[in-house]
Design a protein around this ligand. Structure first.
Ligand code: EPZ
Length: 426
């Protein structure tokens, strides 16, 4: 049997309500943080996506009991502290495995994590993660492609965590998770402000940590002796929310996103408003609808609260149909443009100049077989398929399934003609 793919018949206007899953990028570091806790951690709204499955597999190898319960929550208990190694096999599948580094060092005083390589969205160094661990007192060596880290008890310190592209989301998460059990006070300057970092800090605080300043560029962590377990609900996925907002807009439909948080999507909604998409909150949720004419706009990705890189591909799909020229500039991952050539196969007019793409709006997109290359690029192709004339096949959707929970089912429930099929040879 071949690989699964999506078959999409473009055209139907989407209408109805969608409940968003919990945020993948909040869930992953929070799951890793279970290594730090004594006792039971129960997480609600953990999305059932492939990346979460990869991380639970890794955590099981690291001695954490992992159990999906009948009510959909996930129970984690760290029992066995012997194994401290995250092997290449799993890290190569999912770079976010790097977020076990901080918890292992803090709790078990040693960690061996395979060095993540590049990925489809470009070079992705981890120098800032390593800097954070060193500043907290860890000794780090690179042996046979593994990061080998050791420490006695980590020491609180003041650190600057900015790099050439600004703050780092998982780097900040790792630094925070390492510092919670360190001796004394840690200050992270130029910390990432993303809602997922805030969610991790809130989770850790519920487990007995003393973190303040989350959501600002200066996070302060007072080390504590130990963390206990807790019950916690993961925030709704803002990237999934943005993806459905584009789905409503690109089909001239109207969707209500029941649990979307507009405070997590301000820059994105600002651009949608400039395009002419209506976004309003009422007592049922956030309602997104679109006028027929889409205005061209300029978009630049930035760290939060700026426009998220994880919605760059999706807004490009929408702007392909705007009435004029838009300019999209990628300031986080300058090579994150693999969707450009695939969208062009569907009739989009796009010109890439370095980290910028000029999008010349066209009247319509046409269906074509296209290939997913990374998670968000795949979502952009699905969105384009919803609007295109004809039947689009999106191949290699295993990329998409790393981060979207049942995207096909959710889209079908609001009127899309989308089927997940098996047997793809591509
Ligand atoms: C997180 O990756 C997300 N992943 C990514 O989501 C997201 O695109 C990214 O943040 C930016 O928002 C998870 O949360 C699991 P970064 P992360 O460190 O933390 C440079 C998705 O589609 N940098 O904030 O790895 C880096 O190269 C994914 O769900 C260094 O220079 O990203 C980039 O230019 C893909 N040195 C910038 O910082 C470092 O040590 C921001 O990256 C680390 C990063």
């Amino acid at each position: 049997m071949g690989l699964p793919y999506f078959e999409i018949i473009g055209g139907p206007r989407l209408r109805g309500s969608v409940r968003l899953s919990g945020a993948k990028n909040a869930a992953l570091p929070i799951l890793a943080a279970s290594i730090l806790c004594e006792g039971e951690v129960v997480l609600r709204d953990v999305p059932r996506v492939a990346d979460v499955a990869s991380l639970t597999e890794l955590l099981a190898k690291l001695g954490v009991d992992v159990e999906w319960r009948a009510d959909g929550s996930l129970k984690l208990i760290a029992r066995d502290e012997m194994n401290c190694r995250a092997e290449y096999d799993i890290v190569r599948k999912m770079r976010a495995s790097i977020c076990v580094l901080g918890p292992l060092l803090a709790k078990r005083h040693r960690a061996q994590v395979s060095m993540p390589g590049g990925c489809a969205i470009g070079d992705r160094p981890v120098d800032l993660h390593l800097r954070a661990m060193r500043e907290l007192g860890a000794e780090i060596e690179l042996i046979n492609g593994d990061i080998v880290a050791k420490s006695k008890r980590l020491r609180g310190t003041e650190m600057f965590l900015g790099g050439p592209f600004g703050s780092t989301v998982l780097g900040t998460a790792n630094a925070m998770m390492a510092a919670v059990l360190a001796d004394g006070l840690t200050v992270i300057e130029m910390a990432a402000c993303e809602p997922e970092v805030v969610d991790l800090a809130n989770f850790l605080n519920q487990c007995g940590a003393a973190i303040s300043g989350q959501g600002t560029p200066r996070i302060v962590i007072e080390g504590v002796k130990e963390l206990h377990g807790c019950e916690y609900t993961i925030i709704p996925d803002r990237i999934e929310a943005g993806t459905f907002m584009v789905a409503a807009a690109i089909t001239n439909g109207e969707l209500t996103l029941e649990n979307a948080r507009l405070d997590h999507l301000m820059a994105f909604v600002d651009r949608l408003a400039a395009i002419g998409v209506n976004v309003e909150k009422n007592d049922k949720g956030v309602v997104v609808s679109s006028a027929r004419r889409l205005e061209p706009v300029d978009v630049t990705t930035q760290p939060f609260p700026g426009f998220p890189t994880d919605l760059q591909a999706q807004i490009m799909a929408l702007l392909c149909l705007a009435d004029g020229n838009s300019v999209i500039t990628e300031k986080i991952f300058p090579d994150r443009f693999l969707h450009v050539a695939e969208l062009a196969r569907m009739g989009a007019r796009l010109r890439k100049e370095g980290p910028t793409v000029i999008v010349q709006g066209v009247k319509r997109l046409v269906a074509a077989p296209v290939m997913a290359s990374d998670l968000r690029a795949s979502a952009a192709l699905v969105l384009a398929g919803l609007a295109a004339r004809g039947t689009t096949r999106v191949h290699r959707i295993y990329h998409l399934e790393r981060g979207y929970q049942q995207l096909d089912d959710k889209l079908r429930a609001v009127g899309a003609e989308i089927q997940r099929k098996e047997g793809d040879e591509v």
